[in-house]
Design a protein around this ligand. Sequence first.
Ligand code: SAH
Ligand code: SF4
Length: 339
Amino acid sequence: MKTNLKTLSASGFAAYIAEAGLPQYRAKQLLHWIYEKHAASIQDITELSKELRNRLSEKAYIGNLSIIDRRTSKDGTEKFLFGLEDGESIESVLIPDEDRLTLCISSQVGCAMGCRFCLTGTMGLKRNLAPYEITDQIINVSRAVKPKVITNIVLMGMGEPLANFDNVCEALQRMADLMKISPRRITLSTSGLAPKILELPKKGPRVNLAISLNATTDAVRDYIMPVNKTYPIRNLLDACRRFPLQQRRRITFEYVLLKGVNDSVEDAHRLVKLLKGVPSKVNLIPFNTFAGCEFESPPEKTVRSFQEVLAAANLTVLVRKSKGQDILAACGQLKAKYG
Ligand code: SAH
Ligand code: SF4
């Protein structure tokens, strides 16, 4: 069986090249073509002689996720559906915004965390993504949108990144070292696996952290996000306080507003108290509905009142209008079903 070169880590690559009897500078050259120039096949690496390309192709290939579907929303958001080698599928969402082009990528097929407001959560976990399946979303979308360039990466698609810790860390390492994406332009979002939050900066590059908080009492959070029963709010915020932040960086707290559940003025005041001492910014996300969900989106007036309480307490707060709702590309709407 041929080796997909993208399954190799940087050190695995060095070993592979040594075994093939080639000098080490070839490893660097190949990695540059695969991760920075996004070569789709060994034959595309025109810097190599035809002879060397043929020789490599006998035992190796450059695998690519296949784009099964690509849809554009009225607001310019694009959703990419990828087929994986075993027939599973995942989604990535490309979000243009003034001077940024952000790609929201998936870390798992499905998700085991079971948050009640999230469509991905209703599918359960199918499997973890391999490191190359995570980075390949970036490579393949980059190729598809040329000459536009992706400027920011968010791990906010399908899956709980910290529940696929080792593979996600390896993928982040490749983004930083091989794809030359600055970790400052990468944000990982988690539902709150507290111990892993503290392990992250030790293992991977120093990316930005986002926390899906979504409630201000354990009773409500236990109900909407079962992970809270294992790592309750106090535990989670304690991990946030200990998370080593780069200078002038802040933790983003995402707060999905669910009508009558977590959207009261009292909630807003409690949120202010909870975030005391944490360098933070808050993204309020009005709930995006989907068929069969028990929640509703609050009226605009409620969102504004909530926002005003936070702003009055000098918290940086943004209401994040979800994009791409017409193509089910908005937060919590990814299910990777074709049709
Ligand atoms: N599993 C990680 C990464 C996915 S991010 C996490 O939960 O953080 C998905 C983001 O979308 C989370 O902030 C989540 O709170 C939000 N979200 C999920 N379902 C949503 C919905 N139906 N409407 C609005 N936001 C939603
Ligand atoms: Fe999983 Fe995040 Fe959805 Fe919760 S919100 S089910 S953790 S993807």
